[in-house]
Design a protein around this ligand. Structure first.
Ligand SMILES: [Zn+2]
Length: 169
């Protein structure tokens, strides 16, 4: 099936495994893999090329993330590693894995609504977000600009707490 010039899957798997240990600097409970940031991993003649698709072009964490990815791959035994930032395919919040979404919730961060990837962030996409603490949908959008570009702040009318949402994009 696979062409003989391709590296054994185990090498690629090893790199993915290493990347699972790299956390998102914005949301430290999630790995870059769970966030869906890693677009592609290739290993050729011991040379690793990781393609990552940044969550937000403006996220200042991008350089930190590239650095951490390179470090993790080198720690897995690959000296030669290139981390490319690609915008195609674009990252959307739909790329967050099921495990990742659950972790966001456990972290007290409402996961983004699904299937709004690619579109613009509108107030309606951010309305009626269910509270990560009590699950109530009786919530009000307080601010579309949370502490970082990636988050919105909501207030839960049921349990009277404000909570952050990872903004859908
Ligand atoms: Zn609540």
């Amino acid at each position: 099936m696979a062409a003989s010039s391709r590296p054994p899957a185990t090498e690629v798997d090893r790199v993915w495994k290493a990347l699972e240990g790299v956390t998102d600097p914005e949301i430290p409970v999630l790995s870059v893999v769970e966030m869906g940031i890693i677009a592609d991993v290739a290993v050729r003649d011991g040379q690793v090329r990781v393609r990552m698709t940044p969550t937000f072009a403006g996220c200042p964490a991008l350089d930190v993330m590239r650095e951490s990815i390179g470090h993790a791959v080198r720690a897995a035994g690959y000296e030669d590693v290139a981390v490319d930032v690609v915008f195609d395919p674009p990252w959307t919040s739909d790329r967050i894995s099921a495990v990742g979404r659950q972790k966001l919730k456990d972290y007290g961060l409402a996961p983004p609504a699904q299937n709004c990837g690619g579109g613009r962030v509108t107030e309606s996409a951010l309305a009626g977000v269910s509270c990560p603490y009590c699950e109530s949908a009786d919530t009000t959008l307080e601010s579309i600009f949370g502490p970082t570009l990636c988050r919105a702040i909501h207030y839960c009318n049921a349990c009277r707490q404000s909570f952050e949402q990872f903004k859908p994009v």
